[in-house]
Design a protein around this ligand. Structure first.
Ligand SMILES: CC(C)(COP(=O)(O)OP(=O)(O)OC[C@H]1O[C@@H](n2cnc3c(N)ncnc32)[C@H](O)[C@@H]1OP(=O)(O)O)[C@@H](O)C(=O)NCCC(=O)NCCS
Length: 216
């Protein structure tokens, strides 16, 4: 009985999510579950991470003028982005060292997470020119039989500048630029424990991509 009730509520949940997925061209062919568990090692200990994938249909964004306006990322910015990456993840989430941060950022710009889309990758600098937030978007295929979609390969804000709307503004600029460039969807994969990122994407209308409940 409990089993059936459980299954029924699971179906309902999946139907609700499914109706959103069906609205996403990305998920139309075969809704894809993009909540995956990965093992990796931090400081010698094995850590299990659950990732969830979200996507949004792209529309033009209302880009209000702001004091700290995003600008496109240039090749010369990449070393300083590695520095920002180091600080952004040094808050207990993932603690990379300098070398790993530089490798990770270099790899992203070399296509490790899909081909970068320069016209939709932005940074925000403060009045002194320090980079305090950035978004890198790429072209990526998600799922075994997935279609290509624009993808948020990285989005981060320096810990001293959080909750000021910087990430949201970068995301809106990226979504606007991607729409203008003819992209239809934007996807992202987030660690399920990353409440800040999940709150941000859900507030911008991203919805979960899923597969039938039986395989959950
Ligand atoms: C996630 C991250 C990019 C958010 O950056 P930010 O510049 O502080 O975000 P914003 O100020 O633009 O936040 C916009 C909205 O997102 C949500 N949000 C952001 N941080 C949040 C938090 N810590 N808790 C809850 N909601 C949060 C809120 O809805 C917020 O709006 P509000 O401040 O009006 O309530 C930042 O926390 C970060 O760099 N984290 C480490 C790197 C990372 O995990 N990146 C995501 C990879 S997918």
């Amino acid at each position: 009985m409990a089993h059936h009730a459980n299954k029924a509520s699971k179906r309902k949940q999946i139907t609700d999510v499914g109706s959103v997925s069906a609205a996403l061209p990305l998920a139309q062919k075969r809704p894809t579950l993009l909540c995956t568990k990965f093992d990796f090692f931090i400081g010698g200990s094995q850590v299990m991470v659950s990732l969830i994938s979200l996507a949004v249909l792209l529309e033009p964004q209302d880009l209000k003028p702001a004091v700290l306006s995003p600008r496109r990322i240039k090749a010369a910015d990449v070393p300083r982005l590695a520095d920002l990456y180091l600080h952004a993840y040094a808050d207990g989430t993932y603690n990379p060292n300098t070398e790993k941060a530089a490798d990770r950022i270099r790899a992203i710009f070399e296509g490790a997470r899909g081909a970068p889309i320069p016209e939709a990758s932005f940074l925000t600098a403060d009045a002194d020119g320090n980079i305090i937030a950035a978004i890198v978007t790429t072209n990526r295929v998600l799922g075994d039989h997935g279609s290509e979609t624009a993808f948020v390969a990285e989005l981060f804000t320096h810990p001293d500048h959080r909750r000021k709307g910087l990430a949201e503004r970068l995301l809106k600029h990226a979504m606007h630029a991607l729409h203008r460039a003819g992209h239809r969807t934007l996807a992202v994969t987030v660690n399920i424990d990353n409440a800040a990122a999940l709150a941000l994407y859900l507030s911008r209308d991203f919805r979960r991509l899923t597969q039938p409940a039986e395989n959950n």
